[in-house]
Design a protein around this ligand. Structure first.
Ligand SMILES: [Zn+2]
Length: 125
């Protein structure tokens, strides 16, 4: 076996490895849950940190939130073990941020659903 044969075999092993990685990545992607459906339209980002969600029917209704200001106003408490590691602090803050995001999303969804019912007599979607 000369050098070029060894190169060729090595290259095909690399190709197989690369292909296996692509297949594995594709399988992982297929197993991901699809994103949750939401009635929240694509928001506009206005100066001052305001996030504006307009009625998708273009009637002029909009619901504004200011996530930065809401976060600054909110007092919150995180629960940590007696001798917390930095990952405990990070996990607690991440969980808190996720809960805040969920709550905000629920507020926007209910405002839009309420508007739809009052003004358009229908469920958004
Ligand atoms: Zn509307």
């Amino acid at each position: 076996m000369d050098g070029s044969e060894i190169d060729s075999i090595t290259r095909s092993l690399d190709d197989r490895k690369a292909m296996a990685e692509v297949i594995e990545a594709r399988r992982d992607a297929e197993e991901q849950e699809p994103p949750e459906l939401s009635i929240i339209p694509t928001p506009e980002f206005l100066p001052g940190g305001i996030v504006r969600c307009r009625c998708p029917r273009g009637c002029g209704f909009h619901y504004d939130v200011n996530p930065g200001l809401d976060a600054a106003r909110e007092r919150f408490r995180v629960v940590l073990p007696a001798d917390p590691a930095s990952t405990d602090v990070s996990d607690a803050l991440t969980a808190r941020a996720a809960a805040r995001g969920d709550a905000q999303r629920a507020r926007i969804e209910s405002a839009i659903a309420e508007h739809y019912e009052e003004q358009h007599g229908a469920e958004p979607r």
